[in-house]
Design a binder for this molecule. Structure first.
Ligand SMILES: [Zn+2]
Length: 199
């Protein structure tokens, strides 16, 4: 992580307006979490953007009526008609830090006066964390396609959660490791597959 992140959690926290998800280990030990759904959503969005820009698909989530159900993104990430082949887990950040910040919200509902409101929000940070994504596939080719998609999605570079313009949530990929049936796949094989997808 290059900066702290904020992904709003649907939970109440004392003294904080917008809390993040936490992994509660004990009363005194908590770790920030990147929820699986958020991570999956970002990757899917990145992959859609890249593939749609190459005019490969016209598939846009999350609106069900705009999802084709048939493309490799729908197959791997799921659609109203397909169960996803990929399974994401929450990313619990080892040695993660949890902090509180103050933000300013500008209320624009009133026509003349803009009202400024202070609010507090939580951020999570950790230098490094590991995201594990698993999948069950019919054959090696499908598994390799999934690896290729994930590599596209993560390599594009992205920010997590809210406050990108305030410098929040910037993340950089350090290493990408792919295993099929417990055998390591090298990056060249994955890059070959990416070329095939773009053909
Ligand atoms: Zn689709």
């Amino acid at each position: 992580m290059e900066s702290p992140f904020h992904i709003s959690a649907d939970r109440l926290a004392f003294g904080i307006d917008n809390a993040i998800c936490l992994d509660v280990i004990s009363r005194f030990k908590e770790k920030p979490i990147i929820p699986a759904t958020s991570f999956k959503g970002i990757l899917r969005h990145n992959i859609e953007t890249v593939l749609n820009s190459k005019e490969k698909f016209g598939c846009i989530s999350p609106k069900p009526e705009e999802m084709c159900n048939e493309c490799i993104i729908c197959k791997n990430f799921g659609s109203p008609k397909n169960k996803a082949l990929l399974m994401f887990e929450d990313i619990s950040i080892e040695n993660g830090e949890i902090n509180k910040r103050i933000g300013i919200a500008i209320e624009r509902r009133r026509k003349i006066t803009k009202e400024k409101q202070l609010f507090t929000y939580q951020t999570g940070f950790g230098k490094e964390s590991i995201a594990k994504i698993k999948g069950i596939f019919e054959n090696e080719n499908d598994a390799l396609t999934a690896c290729a998609l994930l590599y596209i999605g993560i390599k594009v570079g992205f920010s997590l959660g809210h406050g990108k313009s305030r410098g929040l949530g910037w993340i950089k990929l350090k290493t990408f490791e792919a295993k099929i049936d417990n055998i390591n796949k090298n990056l060249e094989q994955i890059k070959e597959k990416i070329k095939e997808i773009f053909k």
